[in-house]
Write a protein that binds this ligand. Structure first.
Ligand SMILES: C[S@@+](CC[C@H](N)C(=O)[O-])C[C@H]1O[C@@H](n2cnc3c(N)ncnc32)[C@H](O)[C@@H]1O
Length: 270
């Protein structure tokens, strides 16, 4: 199944769908946020993955557009869409693109950035650029909704300290039928750049319990304080209209932001 030293893009649709390792689900939180919109409204999700947030919205009548850079995640999403009734299929459009550049994809009533998508923007300029791009595609009374993992000073301080890294085993996960995967992580944090680098190791175990193959994946994130996100939104022409520690699944300590566009346009950072 795995080749022996396969180093790959972090997001793998099968591992994500089977909840192997870290794959927190936030679809309920976002469905509640979108629930106030008129049926037929147009919703854009950035970093849509395999469609856990967007597909249920298409089901209940919203027009949806999903953007993601991972061809594999989008292919999986497309397969799920294909299995739907024709009226749901017609409400889903998927675009492969690398953010913060946002393709010309129309006008939206709401833009969603679930699962701390903004932490994938490794510089403040990229985060601002993305917010500005979003502002240009939102209708005048449209909102952006996003969540941010709470900035954990002691955890990041530990990663940046003498030991220099965190090593932990996430556990054993059932994969296909009789197969199991052992997931472990090695993370480091560079306080100067603000970037957290997590190396994940996935070991596929045979029926004897021996490791048959190994896969490595790397994830680079920029954890940010909620106050920094609020500032970046304001600098990008948004007003924060709600900030709450809302209804996330157990184990997630995230802040949910809702922000509204107050300026018609803002200059892009260089
Ligand atoms: C944790 S998954 C979340 C998927 C979905 N939003 C959900 O909540 O189920 C993050 C997704 O963001 C995508 N992503 C990360 N950085 C991106 C970037 N710079 N441009 C486009 N997509 C990105 C990944 O490919 C992945 O599918």
């Amino acid at each position: 199944m795995f080749s022996n030293t396969d180093i790959m893009d972090f997001y793998d649709p099968t591992l994500y769908e089977r909840n192997v390792g870290l794959a927190p689900r936030v679809d309920k939180v976002y469905q509640e946020e979108v629930g106030e919109l008129e049926p037929g409204s147009h919703v854009l999700e950035l970093g849509c993955g395999i469609g856990d947030v967007l597909l249920p919205l298409a089901h209940v009548g919203y027009r949806t557009t999903g953007v993601d850079r991972s061809a594999a995640m989008l292919a999986h999403f497309r397969n799920r869409v294909e299995a739907e009734a024709v009226e749901t299929r017609e409400r889903v459009r998927l675009i492969e693109a690398e953010l913060p550049a946002l393709p010309d994809c129309g006008e939206f009533d709401m833009v969603l950035m679930p699962n701390d998508l903004v932490s994938h923007m490794l510089t403040a300029n990229d985060a601002r650029r993305l917010f500005i791009e979003i502002g240009r595609r939102l209708r005048p009374d449209g909102d952006i909704v996003l969540d941010v993992s709470r900035f954990d000073v002691s955890y990041l301080g530990y990663l940046a300290g003498e030991g220099g890294k965190l090593e932990r085993v996430h556990g054993l996960y059932r994969y296909d039928g009789e197969q199991w995967i052992r997931v472990s992580e090695q993370s480091t944090y560079d306080p100067e750049s603000g970037i957290l680098i997590a190396h994940f190791t996935y070991e596929m175990l045979g029926s004897s319990g021996c490791v048959e193959s190994t896969r490595m994946r790397v994830l680079r994130l920029h954890p940010r304080r909620a106050s920094e996100i609020a500032m970046l939104l304001e600098l990008s022409g948004f007003e924060v209209v709600a900030e709450q520690n809302a209804r996330f699944p157990a184990g997630m300590d995230n802040v949910l932001f809702r922000a509204r566009r107050v300026q018609a346009d803002t200059r892009m950072p260089r």
